[in-house]
Design a protein around this ligand. Structure first.
Ligand code: PMP
Length: 407
């Protein structure tokens, strides 16, 4: 591990590593506050992608020539680095297209074959659609724990719903719409006592929280590279080895087989059994570069900076007349979801865009959560490690202008 002991970030130097932050938007400075949707990429990641295509590109695992060897070595080294970042074994890391595909894999290959009529998947009311719909497609009933007014899981309700019909627990570690950090370790222990397997949706956690999946002891953990400074279209499913060994493959094709014959085929070892077809080699290499980049900044410094910025932003937003923050847990990352009286979230988003401020507006793929708070949509500013106070000031000024125009 290359964690440094930095306590404070050199923010101007860090920002300079993200070339896109210098873009002008409608003639304005860019305040990129849409990081929960996707983060921007540092030079280290851009270089890793570029180097791969310039010097190593070839298909992996299937040839003896030099470029194929380079591609395979770099691709498998990326698996080692990603496994080390998550503190698990390389055989437990399945490469996917992202969190969504990782969850679908578990729904199809783990849950569906075990499902009895009436079986339930216990969720929370703040899950992303990608942690709801795959379970429904697999044929399970989805049951969700109540969300409190602050945007936390009502643990009493969750415990009450953890019952004899619960076949699996699935929970988001950090909410993309609220920022809430859920007590997943505690939830995993409670499920484990009843022998119920747990999947954690880590899409919004990887960039913000140090992870030790061995210690966390979830059965499954799903995440995406692009939410943590890595490339789009690449993600990871961590699964305990015993599960991967027992699960049938879900996609058939090249690389996932040991032998193929017309009267039947046999499967490759884990994790390759789940990786049919030509993989995203550059994606894996870019993901590993992104995780190394995160570690090089140091978790202490990342945490101090992001929490400091959240503490700076929260009261400034809260004091804007007519603005209501949704998601006010004391345990949260830098996500500021809000509605403004008399203003539609999309109109708000368009006005902010005219001022160079990129936020997301809509239901954020959490329709049940929007319903819980009685809104159709929110505007959401979400922070990353490269955001600074100027970004927040730009947002607040633009919101004051929007209020005068709309409210
Ligand atoms: N879960 C959460 C909490 C998310 O924020 C997202 C992305 N918005 C996903 C799952 C899905 O991730 P992806 O689109 O990268 O598959």
């Amino acid at each position: 591990m290359s964690e440094t002991s930095n306590a404070v970030l050199n923010l101007p130097a860090l920002r300079a590593q993200f070339p896109i932050l210098a873009e002008r938007i409608h003639g304005q400075r860019l305040a990129y506050l849409d990081n929960a949707a996707t983060t921007q990429k540092p030079e280290a990641v851009l270089r890793a992608l570029d180097n791969y295509y310039r010097h190593a590109n070839s298909n992996v695992h299937r040839a003896v020539h030099e470029l194929a060897a380079r591609a395979t070595t770099q691709y498998e080294a990326a698996r080692d680095r990603i496994a080390a970042f998550l503190k698990v074994a390389r055989e437990e890391i399945v490469f996917t297209r992202g969190t969504t595909e990782s969850i679908n894999l578990v729904a199809r290959s783990f849950l569906q074959p075990r499902l009895q009529p009436g079986d339930e998947v216990l969720l929370t009311g703040m899950e992303h659609h990608s942690n709801i719909v795959p379970w429904q497609l697999a044929g399970a009933r989805t049951v969700a724990a109540r969300i409190t007014d602050d945007g936390e899981v009502d643990l009493e309700d969750w415990h009450r719903k953890l019952g004899p019909r619960t076949r699996l627990v699935a929970v988001v570690q950090v909410s993309n719409s609220l920022g809430t950090i859920n007590p997943v370790a505690q939830m995993i222990r409670a499920a484990r006592e009843r022998g119920i397997p747990v999947l954690v949706d880590g899409a919004q956690a990887v960039a913000h929280l140090p992870l030790d999946l061995r210690e966390l002891d979830a059965d499954f953990y799903a995440c995406s590279a692009h939410k943590a400074y890595g490339p789009t279209g690449f993600g990871v499913l961590y699964a305990k080895r015993e599960h991967l060994e027992a699960m049938p493959p879900w996609h058939g094709g090249g690389d996932m087989i040991r032998t193929v014959a017309f009267d039947g085929s046999t499967w490759n070892e884990v994790p390759y059994k789940f990786e049919a077809g030509t993989p995203d080699m550059a994606g894996a290499i870019g993901c590993a570069a992104a995780l190394e980049w995160i570690e090089a900044q140091g978790w202490t410094a990342i945490h101090a900076h992001e929490q400091g910025l959240l503490d700076y932003a929260t009261p400034r937003l809260a004091e804007i007349p007519g603005l209501r923050l949704i998601g006010t847990s004391a345990h949260k990352v830098g996500v500021l979801s809000f509605v403004m009286e008399g203003a539609h979230a999309h109109d708000l988003g368009s006005i902010l865009d005219q001022h160079g401020v990129a936020v997301r507006t809509g239901h954020h793929c959490t329709m049940p959560l929007m319903e819980r708070f009685g809104v159709a949509a929110t505007a959401r500013a979400s922070l990353a490690v490269y955001n600074d106070r100027q970004d927040i000031d730009q947002l607040v000024q633009a919101l004051h202008k929007a209020r005068r125009l709309l409210a």
